[in-house]
Design a protein around this ligand. Structure first.
Ligand code: GTP
Ligand code: MG
Length: 246
C-alpha cells in the first residue's frame, strides 16, 4: 500500500496510566489488530516545562493550565521524592483513519462523560480531581484521562514534529518533508545562534536530517524575520531527556 494515503497520529500514554499500570491494556487496545495502525515511533519522555507548554499552547491562560502542565510533566502523580518516575510514553501510529479510530478508542475528554457515554473506552478508566488555590479553595479540576490522541491532521503534524525528530521515525514511515541541515544551530536563553555560545546547546549540525518546516523557522529567527512558528516548537524536541527536570 502507498503510505502516502495513510495518516499519522500522536498518542501519549500519560503519567496516570503509568502510575496505575494500565499501559499494557492501552497498548493492547491500540494494537494493529484493533486499529489497523502500525507503530512508526516510540519513546519514553521526561516532559520538561517547555514541551508541556508547547504541546498544550492552545490552553495557555485558562484556569486549569498550570494543573494540566503539572499533570503531563508527571508532577501531579509523582511528587519530588519520586521525580525519576515522571514519564510519558510517546508513540506515533501510522494507518488508515488512524486519528478517528484512536480517538474513538480513547473516548470523551472528561472521564465522567466517558463512563456515561462510552463505557469501555480508555478514558472511562480515568478520573477527575479538584484543583485548589493556595487558600485551599477549589478553582477548577484536572481531567486525568490517561491518554492523548491527536484530534486532526493539522494537530498530528504539529504534535509529531514537536515530540519527534525525523531520525526517531524509519524513513519510509515519515509523513512530513525533511531537509538536510547546512549549518550549525545552537540554542540558549530563547535565542538561536549559528556559532557556539558558551552554555548553549547544539540543536542541529550540517548533514543532520531535520523537518523542513523547522529549518525554515530557524532561518527566519536567525534573520529576525517573522517566523512561521515559535523557536521553542523547533528546539524542544532536541532538548528531550537532555537535563534533569525540576
Ligand atoms: P487530549 O487528547 O489530551 O488533547 O484531549 P482532548 O483532545 O480530548 O482535549 P483538549 O485537547 O481540548 O484538551 C487537552 C487536555 O486539557 C484534556 O485532556 C484535559 O486534561 C484538559 N482539558 C481540556 N478542556 C478542559 C476543561 O474544560 N477543563 C479542565 N479542567 N481540563 C480541560
Ligand atoms: Mg487535544
Amino acid at each position: 500500500m502507498d503510505t502516502n494515503q495513510l495518516e499519522q497520529t500522536l498518542v501519549l500514554i500519560k503519567p496516570d496510566a503509568l502510575k496505575n499500570s494500565v499501559t499494557g491494556f492501552i497498548l493492547s487496545q491500540l494494537s494493529e489488530y484493533h486499529t489497523g495502525s502500525r507503530f512508526a515511533a516510540a519513546k519514553i519522555v521526561n516532559v520538561n516545562r517547555m514541551l508541556a507548554e508547547e504541546h498544550y499552547s492552545e490552553h495557555k491562560g485558562k484556569a486549569f493550565f498550570e494543573a494540566l502542565l503539572d499533570y503531563i510533566m508527571g508532577k501531579a502523580h509523582y511528587p519530588d521524592d519520586n521525580k525519576w518516575k515522571r514519564r510519558v510514553i510517546a508513540i506515533v501510529y501510522l494507518g488508515q483513519n488512524t486519528q478517528k479510530n484512536i480517538r474513538r478508542i480513547a473516548g470523551p475528554t472528561n472521564p465522567h462523560e466517558a463512563r456515561d457515554e462510552q463505557p469501555g473506552c480508555l478514558r472511562a478508566l480515568g478520573t477527575v480531581v479538584p484543583v485548589f488555590d493556595a487558600d485551599g479553595k477549589i478553582i477548577d479540576n484536572r481531567m486525568d484521562n490517561l491518554v492523548h490522541a491527536s484530534a486532526s491532521s493539522e494537530d498530528a503534524e504539529r504534535e509529531i514534529k514537536l515530540w519527534f525528530v525525523p531520525h526517531d521515525i524509519p524513513p519510509l514511515m515519515r509523513a512530513y518533508p525533511t531537509e538536510i541541515c547546512q549549518t550549525h544551530y545552537y540554542y540558549k536563553d530563547a535565542e538561536v545562534f549559528e556559532t557556539y555560545e558558551p552554555d548553549s546547546s547544539l540543536i542541529l549540525a550540517p548533514g543532520d536530517v531535520a523537518w523542513e518546516t523547522d529549518l525554515k523557522i530557524l532561518q527566519q529567527c536567525i534573520k529576525n524575520e517573522p517566523a512561521n512558528g515559535t523557536l521553542n516548537s523547533v528546539v524542544v524536541k532536541y532538548l528531550i531527556n537532555k537535563n534533569v527536570q525540576d
